[in-house]
Ligand binder design. Sequence first.
Ligand code: ATP
Length: 434
Amino acid sequence: MENKLEKIVSLAKRRGFVYQSSEIYGGLAGVWDYGPLGVLLKNNIKNSWWKKFVLNREDVFGLDAAILMNPKVWEASGHAAGFSDPLVECKKCHKRFRADKIKEENKFGDGKCPECGGELTEEKQFNMMFKTFIGAVEGTASRIYLRPETAQGIFVNFKNVVDSMHPKLPFGIAQIGKSFRNEITPGDFLFRVREFEQMEVEYFIKPPKNDEEWQTVFEHWRSEIHSWLESIGIAAENLSDFEVPKDDLAHYSKRTIDVFYKYPFGDDEVVGLAYRTDFDLKNHKLDYYDEESKERFVPHTIEPSFGVDRPLLAVLCEAYTEDEMSGETRVFLKFKPEIAPIKAAVFPLLKNKPELVAKAREVYEMIKKEIQPVVFDDNGNIGKRYRRQDEIGTPYCVTVDFDTLEDNTVTLRDRDTGEQERVKIEELISRLKI
Ligand code: ATP
């Protein structure tokens, strides 16, 4: 589909999913705000993840660590020295690029700016952590960072969680929260941004005696990643696994698989899975005492690392559908009902008939007690109201008409097929498959 991403960006803005940050002041590159429907969608995605990876499991504990941390954390983790991308600058237009990314494009040839063909500077390493100061005095002693990953908040709380919860290995600690990366070239809407959310699990295992021991756990998480992505509505055939070559592995990783989604701009990473070995706990000088074997050792870590924004963008791309209905082109978002921001809409057939409006309000209140959020809409003709709900992915529309007043039935319309059927009001809740 031509310009699918542009259509999604425009729909997202128009209907209140995603706005450009600080738009009235010209925006801020690589930063986006979630609007009323976007925040509902985002919360549904985060809740579904939390439910699968924390609430439904006995071996994973939740955490919510602060964004600001002692800068020693980033020295121990290797981020102060190594969390960088190779940067080049165009001597003519002064735009900056990631050297590794423009090599892939190579439009004007090696060493040339991909935008204007100008000469590029030598590569230099650019640390992607945002820096700020803590307290009243600004200087090197008060310099701190906005965290570039949520993982370190988990590692530095390892001992706290062990002391409070007494978990036996293997076990995991999970958290959802903001991360910040000063990306050199943000772009592709929500795909590469400078402020985003991550959902990470650090899963701790005994030091493996052989490769098979960690590989089994790695495979478990690989399949869990796929099963969750599919559960939020991403088709299996649009996902693929990319084995990161040894030379490109992050400083902490022995093996990484990037799970790719087929975005409109190409296949790219939506979730990462890494075997971080004992790198982090060892560097933070943390270990574990095993009551059974009476041994002290440093556990190893398998890390499934999800963004929130990239899966959300994948869900939007996957859901965006154009079809033909009643002789007109229709745009609709085919969200899974569990993920849809609005679950159902209730309409009185006519706005100016008080008895219809009163009955529709009654039905609306009844559904709202069981399923949320539900909206009430009496604006414009029914066809327009259906289109408005289709465009934001509401799976069901319920219309109250004159027959309702006689026989207590309503019209239930299905978003995907447009089919309508009469349903008894008392059966309505059980018919809404959320
Ligand atoms: P890339 O190679 O695309 O820069 P990465 O390998 O640095 O990504 P990880 O460090 O593995 O990414 O981060 C884990 C997850 O966090 C990613 O799979 C992605 O969902 C999310 N993420 C990372 N960087 C960004 C970003 N700049 N914008 C949005 N999400 C991000």
